[in-house]
Design a protein around this ligand. Structure first.
Ligand code: PLP
Length: 409
C-alpha cells in the first residue's frame, strides 16, 4: 500500500526550529509588513476575527441585522453570524464561478444589511467591487473573507484592503498556520480602534485554550509531512469515507462552540518564524500551479477556476486548484476514485450552506430549486492539492484518473 499522503492544500510546514522561538513574538507587526498594511489584529481564529468585526459593526448600527454571504462557503461563517445574533442571507453565485451574482446581491442588500462578505476560496480572487458599490449605497460595510487567500494580491496590494475589513485564517491547511489563528485588517482608523475595543471586551486570555492549541501546534509540526499525514489526515479521512460521512471527510464537522481567547506569545513567535518563509513558499506554489493548471485545462470538459475576470490585476494564491466537472454524477465518480486515494483530492465544502442538516439552526431554510448555480457548483467542484508533496508522477496519475472518469482519452 501507499505509504505517503498528500495534504489537500499546500499549507506552509512549521519547522522544529520555529518552535525554539526566542525572537520576536510580534506576529501582528510581521503580518502587517507582509500584507503591506499599517496594522493587523491577531485573533484566535478566522471565525473569531469575523465575530469581532461583526460585533463591532452591529454596535455601530444596531438596526442592521443581516449579513450576506455566498451560498457556498465555510459553515463557520454561518456559525459566526448566528453567534453575533445576526441573520444570515445567502447569495447565489454566478454560473461556474465563485463570484456572488450582483443582480441577486442587489435584491438582498437593503436598510437591514449590516455587511456583505465577498469570499476568496482556495486563493481565487473574486470581484468585490459590486459588493462594495451595493453595500455602501445602503450604508452597509464590506468584510472580505480571505480566510483561504493569505498572500493573494490585487495590483500589488493585499486582497481585501480595498474594502472596509478583511480577515485571514491562520488555521491548519490555510497557508501560514499557528494551528488556529486569524488576522483582522481594518482600513479606517476609527473602525480599527472600535474593533480593538470589541476584542478587549469579548476576547479573554484562556490558559486552557492556549495550552491546547500549543500542544496541537506541536503535534502538527511533528505530523505535517507525507508520512505523518497518512496517519493524522488520511486515516480519519478514509474512515469517514467508509462511513459515507462526506461532511467529516470534507472537514466540515465543526463543533458548535466558537472559542474566543487571546493568542499566546509563544505561538505568535512560532508564526513570526514561519512567516519569514511564506513569500518563497507562495512563489513555489505559484510556479507549481503554472505547470499543473495547463495540464488540467488540457482535459476537455474540465473547467479550471481562475481569479475573477472582473479583477484583471488579481494575483491569487494556489493552495489548491479548483476544477468543475460537467455534472454531479461524474464529479462523484471522480471522488469515488480519488478522495481517500492519498493524492490530496477533496472538496472545499460538502454542500451549500443550506444543505447541511447539522447547521440548519444557523442557516435559513431554502427550497430545493433555490440557489441553482451555487448548488450546481457544490455538486460539481473538486479540489486538487497543490502541495509539493503531491509529486509529478502522482499528479499525472490523478489527471489520468480524471480523463478516464470524463472518458476523454
Ligand atoms: C476556514 C474558513 C473560515 C474560518 O476560519 P478559521 O480560522 O478556521 O476559523 C472562514 N471562511 C472561510 C471561507 C474559511 O475557509
Amino acid at each position: 500500500m501507499m505509504a505517503l499522503e498528500a495534504p489537500p492544500t499546500a499549507g506552509l510546514p512549521v519547522f522544529f526550529t520555529d518552535l525554539w522561538a526566542s525572537g520576536s513574538s510580534d506576529l501582528a507587526g510581521m503580518l502587517g509588513r507582509f500584507l503591506g498594511v499599517s496594522s493587523v489584529q491577531v485573533e484566535c481564529s478566522g471565525t473569531a476575527a469575523l465575530v469581532v468585526a461583526l460585533t463591532t459593526l452591529h454596535t455601530l448600527a444596531p438596526e442592521r441585522t443581516e449579513v450576506i454571504v455566498p451560498a457556498y462557503t465555510c459553515p463557520l461563517v454561518a456559525m459566526a453570524v448566528a453567534h453575533c445574533g445576526l441573520r444570515l442571507r445567502m447569495c447565489e453565485l454566478m454560473p461556474n464561478a465563485l463570484d456572488m451574482d450582483p443582480v441577486i446581491l442587489a435584491t438582498l442588500c437593503g436598510p437591514r444589511t449590516l455587511a456583505v462578505l465577498p469570499t476568496h476560496l482556495a486563493g481565487r480572487v473574486v470581484d468585490a467591487a459590486p459588493a462594495r458599490a451595493l453595500a455602501h449605497a445602503e450604508g452597509a460595510w464590506v468584510i472580505e473573507d480571505a480566510a483561504q487567500a493569505l498572500g493573494a494580491r490585487v495590483g500589488g496590494a493585499s486582497v481585501g484592503t480595498g474594502s472596509d475589513i478583511v480577515f485571514f485564517s491562520l488555521a491548519v491547511g490555510k497557508g501560514l498556520s499557528i494551528f488556529e489563528g486569524g488576522a483582522l485588517v481594518v482600513a479606517d482608523a476609527d473602525l480599527r480602534a472600535a474593533c480593538e475595543r470589541t476584542a478587549r471586551a469579548i476576547v479573554r486570555p484562556s490558559f486552557v485554550w492556549e495550552l491546547r492549541r500549543s500542544i496541537e501546534l506541536l503535534a502538527y509540526t511533528a505530523l505535517y509531512h507525507p508520512r505523518g499525514l497518512r496517519w493524522a489526515y488520511g486515516w480519519p479521512l478514509r474512515r469517514a469515507l467508509a462511513h459515507n460521512d462526506r461532511i467529516a471527510a470534507a472537514g466540515d464537522d465543526f463543533s458548535q462552540n466558537i472559542p474566543l481567547h487571546r493568542v499566546g506569545r509563544w505561538r505568535q513567535a512560532v508564526g513570526v518564524r514561519a512567516l519569514a518563509r511564506l513569500p518563497a513558499w507562495l512563489e513555489d506554489s505559484e510556479s507549481r500551479a503554472q505547470q499543473r493548471v495547463p495540464r488540467l485545462r488540457g482535459i476537455s470538459s474540465l473547467t479550471v477556476l481562475d481569479d475573477s475576470a472582473g479583477v484583471p490585476a488579481a494575483q491569487g494564491t494556489w493552495p489548491s486548484i479548483l476544477v468543475l466537472l460537467p455534472d454531479a454524477a461524474r464529479r462523484d465518480a471522480a471522488l469515488a476514485r480519488l478522495w481517500g486515494a492519498g493524492l490530496g483530492v477533496s472538496v472545499p465544502f460538502a454542500h451549500v450552506l443550506a444543505d447541511y442538516a447539522r447547521y440548519a439552526a444557523v442557516v435559513p431554510a431554502t427550497a430545493p430549486a433555490d440557489l441553482p448555480h451555487a448548488r450546481s457548483f457544490a455538486a460539481r467542484v473538486l479540489s486538487i492539492s497543490n502541495s509539493p508533496w503531491l509529486d509529478a508522477e502522482s499528479f499525472e496519475r490523478l489527471c489520468t484518473a480524471l480523463e478516464q472518469v470524463l472518458d476523454v482519452r
